[in-house]
Design a protein around this ligand. Sequence first.
Ligand SMILES: *[C@@H]1O[C@H](CO)[C@@H](O)[C@H](O)[C@H]1NC(C)=O
Ligand SMILES: *[C@@H]1O[C@H](CO)[C@@H](O)[C@H](O)[C@H]1NC(C)=O
Ligand SMILES: *[C@@H]1O[C@H](CO)[C@@H](O)[C@H](O)[C@H]1NC(C)=O
Ligand SMILES: *[C@@H]1O[C@H](CO)[C@@H](O)[C@H](O)[C@H]1NC(C)=O
Length: 527
Amino acid sequence: MKFQKHSLVLVVPFVILIIWLTSAADTDRPCLRKYLDNGSADTLVCVCTADYCDSVTRAMPSSGEYVIYSSSEAGSRFEKSTGKLQSLREDGMYSINLELDPTVTYQTIDGFGGAVSDAAAITWDSLKDPGLKQNFIQSYCSSSGIQYNMLRVPIGGTDFSTRAYAYNELPENDAALTNFTLAQEDYAYKIPLIRACMEAAVAPVHVLGATWSPPPWMKTNNDYVGYSRLKKDHLQTYADYHYKFLEHYAAAGVPVWGISIANEPLHGSVNYLPYGFNNLGWTLDDMTQYIVHHLGPTLRNETSKFKHIKIISGDDLRFTITLYWNMLVLLFPETLQYLDGVAVHYYMNKYVPATILSQAMEDYPGKFVIATEICAGGVPTDAHLTSWGKAELYANDIIENLSNNVIGWTDWNMCLNMEGGPNWRGGRVDAPVKINAQAGEFYKQPMFYAIGHFSKFVPRGSRRISATVESKTDVQNLAFLTPDNTIVMVLLNKGSAEKVRIILGKKEAVLSLEAKSITTIEMLNLY
Ligand SMILES: *[C@@H]1O[C@H](CO)[C@@H](O)[C@H](O)[C@H]1NC(C)=O
Ligand SMILES: *[C@@H]1O[C@H](CO)[C@@H](O)[C@H](O)[C@H]1NC(C)=O
Ligand SMILES: *[C@@H]1O[C@H](CO)[C@@H](O)[C@H](O)[C@H]1NC(C)=O
Ligand SMILES: *[C@@H]1O[C@H](CO)[C@@H](O)[C@H](O)[C@H]1NC(C)=O
């Protein structure tokens, strides 16, 4: 008797501790708020330290219920709540009615992610504390974070590196690439980040490679920057260069899903741009030769280990889709046997309507458009944007892109230092996560949550579905049918508080959207 009493005293607190620990594991951790710089309301970030980092889990809605997550300029970050679906009221009076129809489907989503540039990976590594580095990985890749499943990795250096470099720079004119190795940046920074993300991720991570500049000896100007072409006798060398990169990444545990022909080829094709960065210019003629006689046969060869890799053209400003897709495949249709799709970047979008993206693919079933780069604070028109303004910019970009049949979306640098670097050309831009290595902290900016409202809740294999807006509104929307047979809808409200009625069959959900907010709602598919 005495013994039992004694053990109860010991066991009860232990059981309580276990219950607390296990429930803590799936409890969302709120944002640890901090105002950067001058403390104005618009500099709000969420701080992660080695001991604390905010998190959010995706809760499966039960039948008859919906789950919503909301972030806003006023300071909500993935605030989760649930509501009950109601029977549709025919006389319901709301300013905004949104009717979902999961029987009308569009493109299948492949994924969301960001770029593991040298700058991002070096800055991540500068956090030193393994727990803090892991909090970054969890935040971006795991089920308690925003579930990235796509990462873009530069093949060699970019301007967002601490030096200019490519692989096999020496010996020069080494067409056999006898000295091909990866760089210290790959082994010490980029591969560890990618592998940590792959381990934490909920789905296989699709890695997209792109080259900014080959070694200078392959180029007409013998330099990393400036107006250039690939020397004609190095077209096959350049294809082999990519094959070797794929081999080395696979050997290091990172299988690559797709590569583009070049990053921003237009940049090296014109010679009057003030800010030069690592690049390679192309004529459509050379590009075709390269695709059809060199890269294509090298990768899709019987003996190739990379037969299934996606080959993507473009990877440049949106308006260049007319050049690197429409014109390329019209003038040189032989490229179509090798090209899986075209990639576009965000910059200078306002000069061309997004509809050119869906139009571009109408005649080419099976080919895709993917958005591979956006970045805020980099072009003068973005510089004035406030912090929540950048979240809106990102959410608007994703909505516009995915409304136009884009299958995947990747951001530029996953993180940068507090100055927006490093960058060997002196360039400075913003990123969703800023790293303060000295303080042993990192900061999640509103852009991070803006991406997460999509990336976390729209898993690979989701299909965009029809959503009809019955009234004129500034609230933008996207809706999906997920592989879990749920319906996910993301709403971007750039204006004042709104009441929105979402209609699904004979049911409705009435949501109050905060002013300047992004909301994700998930419910079971009742169709
Ligand atoms: C503080 O910073 C914000 C954002 O950078 C800026 O808009 C605002 O004018 C600044 N306020 C003061 C008092 O300096
Ligand atoms: C091979 O490349 C390394 C740099 O990665 C360089 O130090 C070395 O000199 C090169 N070897 C030859 C034979 O050029
Ligand atoms: C396939 O690859 C092998 C080895 O790299 C090469 O010898 C052959 O020419 C390639 N075939 C084609 C059609 O490119
Ligand atoms: C993505 O959206 C932006 C608007 O922010 C637009 O400029 C860009 O062209 C779009 N890209 C695609 C592929 O739809």
